[in-house]
Write a protein that binds this ligand. Structure first.
Ligand code: JHZ
Length: 390
């Protein structure tokens, strides 16, 4: 996909003229375990130490985290007073729902700005990347965890073996590690090429993950499919020594992956071909609208939006501005394409003809929110899973 700026590298006005580093963005698959992964890695400190993304700003994710906490406490029979640890805990929202159920909670996140917010909210959070030493320290000070969670973080780590060793070390004997991440089969089938970016080092299907956890005497014993982020899965992982019965859904997923030929190169090459067509059609459509004098803006200053715009060469020649609900992004500029970011209210005053929905994973929530804009004739351009107007 060419070279890209840092996916969440939003710029302040005074930095627009400064050199902006770009990094090659590409993915490859391992022909032995079929793990899809980035070709080039950006140092995590550059991406995650000051982080402007806060999932809890969307009601979709807020509801998701609440029901996740409820179902895990219930299904895993986690007793009040148990230790629940969240890796990549962001502003502590998920943990706040466990705390409401009288769990002892602890977060770990490298983002200094978000760790501050979480601690101010009373969610104890360690400002660091999760690794074996952090795990040893926590186990010594706080004991073992009944539950360790990681939402949209496992795919972000480079030292994945060390993270597995840390999880194994920190889990109580009957403890469970629950991870959520976008599912590769959905990414390929629904052409979600804009979710390929430097924060996402791995693109998981079940086959490679079973191989990974096996190396660490850990086992995936259950799976849930989720609608979040264009199609995700939640995996339940325990120590082999805990002898948890493996649910048949695990075998079903592997069978399905074989049926979809995910352990051959074909679906990956097919995907690459389709992405080229979506890119061509989107750019020519936007240019056509522009030539007709239409005002077009972006909706959602998302990391995936930055990938889409940099990959397709969409900048201020095609979009007047981008709107976003996260206050930390407003007043800044999109990385690489340098499009100004405004609050969503600008749609009311400026009244663009079209809004390119870069936050397509929140289509339902946003189209509902913007009913008035649509009733006044405003239209959304959506690229995933194919180009359409709503
Ligand atoms: P959203 C982030 O990706 C980064 P991004 C990360 N690497 C990851 O894996 C996924 O999340 C999970 C805005 N918005 O969630 C808020 C509105 O303006 O697709 C966000 O900036 N109005 C961790 O950045 C953006 O859209 C709204 O009503 O691609 C959505 O970003 C809503 C609902 C959202 O994640």
């Amino acid at each position: 996909m060419g070279s890209m700026p840092i996916p969440n590298g939003f710029l302040a006005k005074e930095n627009l003229r400064k050199p902006e580093p770009r990094y090659p963005l590409g993915v490859m698959v391992c022909k032995s375990c079929w793990l899809m992964q980035l070709t080039h890695i950006i140092p995590p400190d550059l991406m995650f130490r000051n982080y402007l993304y806060i999932p809890s700003t969307s009601t979709t994710m807020l509801k998701h985290f609440e029901s996740m906490a409820d179902s895990l406490v219930q299904d895993l029979k986690i007793k009040p007073g148990s230790l629940v640890i969240d890796i990549g805990s962001n502003d502590g929202t998920l943990l706040s729902f466990f705390k409401n159920q009288e769990m002892k909670v602890l977060g770990i996140d490298p983002a200094t700005n978000l760790v501050q917010i979480a601690n101010l909210k009373g969610i104890e959070t360690i400002g660091d990347f999760f690794n074996k030493n952090v795990a040893i320290r926590i186990a010594k000070q706080r004991g073992k965890a009944a539950l360790i969670t990681g939402t949209n973080v496992l795919a972000h780590v480079d030292n994945i073996h060390e993270v597995c060793e840390g999880i194994k070390l920190l889990l109580g004997d009957g403890g469970v590690f629950v991870a959520e991440f976008p599912y590769l089969a959905d990414l390929l089938r629904k052409n979600e090429f804009d979710t390929i970016y430097h924060e996402h080092l791995s693109y998981f299907s079940l086959g490679p993950l079973i191989t990974l956890f096996n190396k660490h005497q850990l086992v995936i014993y259950d799976i849930k499919k989720l609608p979040t982020h264009g199609g995700s899965i939640r995996i339940y992982v325990a120590k082999k020594s805990a002898k948890k019965p493996i649910q048949s859904i695990v075998k079903d997923f592997v069978r399905e992956e074989k049926f979809k030929k995910l352990y051959t190169i074909a679906p990956y090459e097919e995907f690459a071909r389709r992405v080229g067509i979506i890119k061509r059609d989107l750019v020519s459509y936007l240019k056509q609208l522009r030539a007709q004098g239409k005002r077009i803006v972006g909706y959602g200053a998302s990391a995936k939006g930055n990938v889409l715009m940099n990959y397709c060469g969409i900048d201020t020649k095609l979009l007047d501005y981008v709107v976003d609900s996260i206050p930390y992004k407003q007043g800044r500029y999109t990385p690489g394409t340098h499009i100004p970011i405004f609050p969503e209210t600008r749609l009311k005053t400026h009244r663009p003809h079209y809004a390119l929905l870069t936050a397509w994973n929140f289509e339902e929530e946003i189209l509902l929110k913007q009913i008035a804009y649509r009733e006044r004739g405003g239209q959304f351009i959506i690229t995933i899973p194919y180009l359409r107007i709503e």
